[in-house]
Design a protein around this ligand. Structure first.
Ligand code: SAH
Length: 258
C-alpha cells in the first residue's frame, strides 16, 4: 500500500508566503524531497525529524536525472504515508510538477497539488508593480527563457509583440541578449520598460530597471535566480524614471521570521 505524495509549492522564498496548508504539511512531514530554489527560511519550517532528500543538484538537468527524482518519490511512497515534494514557487509553473504528477499516476500513487506563489507574482508584489493594469496591460504571459537539453529558444516571437501584454521571463539570465534582440526584431519598442529582480522576497533581493534596448548590458549585473518583467506596467514603480539603466538599486528587506 503506497502513501500519498504532496507536490507542494514553497513560493518565491520568504517563508511568510507559504500557504497554511504547505506549512502544516511541512511541520508534519516524515520525508521531504526538495530542490535548490527552496531556501533556508523554508527549510527551517520542516519537521526536524523528517528524512530530507536534496535533489537540487540533479533537478533542471536531463531526462534521466528527472527519472531519478521520480524513482526517489516512488521509493519513499512505499515507506512513508505522507511524502512531500517541495518545489520553489508553484509546482505547475516551470516546476516539472506535471511530469512528476503523471509519473505518480502511472504508478497508482495518490498525489495532491498544493499551489504556491509563483516567482512572477512574488516579484511583482515585492516591487509593487501590478502585472495587469487598466490602460497599460490587458494580459500577462509567463515564458521560459531556457529550454531543456540546450535546445535553442524558438518562441513564437510575433505573439509576444503586443505592447499591452506584460511579459515575465523565467530562467532567462543566460538568454537575455537573444530575448531582447528577438522582441525588438518583432516590433517591441526599445524604450519598453524592464524590471530585473534577483532573489525576490528574500533578504538578499536585488532589483533594477532598464529598457528593452539596454537590457543586454543591464542583465550583466544579475545572476540567477532572476526574473525579467517587461512591459508598460513597470513604469508604475515610483523609482522607474530615476533609477533607469545603470544605477541598480540594492534593496535589502528584512526577512520575516517564520
Ligand atoms: N516553479 C517556480 C519556477 C521554477 S523555474 C515558480 O513558480 O516560481 C526557476 C526560475 O524561477 C528562476 O530561474 C527564476 O527565473 C525564477 N525565480 C524563482 N524564484 C525566484 C526569486 N525568488 N526571485 C527571482 N526569480 C525567481
Amino acid at each position: 500500500m503506497n502513501g500519498k505524495v504532496y507536490l507542494v509549492g514553497a513560493g518565491p522564498g520568504d517563508p511568510e508566503l507559504l500557504t497554511l496548508r504547505a506549512l502544516r504539511l511541512l511541520q508534519n512531514a516524515t520525508a521531504v524531497v526538495h530542490d535548490r530554489l527552496v531556501g533556508k527560511g523554508i527549510m527551517n519550517c520542516i519537521n526536524p525529524q523528517a528524512e530530507l532528500h536534496d535533489v537540487g543538484k540533479i533537478a533542471g538537468c536531463n531526462a534521466s536525472m528527472q527519472e531519478t527524482i521520480h524513482r526517489t518519490l516512488r521509493m519513499l511512497a512505499s515507506d512513508h504515508s505522507c511524502v512531500i515534494r517541495l518545489k520553489g514557487g508553484d509546482p505547475f509553473i516551470f516546476g516539472r510538477g506535471g511530469e512528476e504528477l503523471l509519473y505518480l499516476r502511472r504508478h497508482d500513487i495518490h498525489a495532491e497539488i498544493v499551489p504556491g506563489i509563483t516567482a512572477a507574482t512574488g516579484c511583482a508584489a515585492s516591487l509593487g508593480i501590478p502585472l495587469t493594469h487598466r490602460g497599460l496591460a490587458t494580459s500577462v504571459r509567463f515564458i521560459t527563457g531556457h529550454l531543456r537539453d540546450k535546445q535553442s529558444l524558438a518562441l513564437d516571437w510575433s505573439s509576444l509583440a503586443d505592447p499591452s501584454c506584460t511579459l515575465v521571463f523565467y530562467m532567462a539570465v543566460s538568454n537575455t541578449r537573444h530575448i531582447a534582440h528577438a522582441l525588438l526584431g518583432h516590433g517591441r519598442s526599445g524604450d519598453t520598460p524592464v524590471a530585473l529582480v534577483q532573489n525576490a522576497t528574500l533578504s538578499n533581493q536585488r532589483w533594477g530597471f532598464t529598457t528593452l534596448a539596454d537590457l543586454p548590458s543591464a542583465i550583466q549585473a544579475f545572476t540567477p535566480p532572476a526574473l525579467l518583467l517587461i512591459g508598460k506596467v513597470v513604469q508604475l514603480h515610483p523609482h522607474y524614471a530615476t533609477s533607469l539603466v545603470s544605477r541598480f538599486v540594492d534593496q535589502v528587506q528584512p526577512c520575516p521570521q517564520p
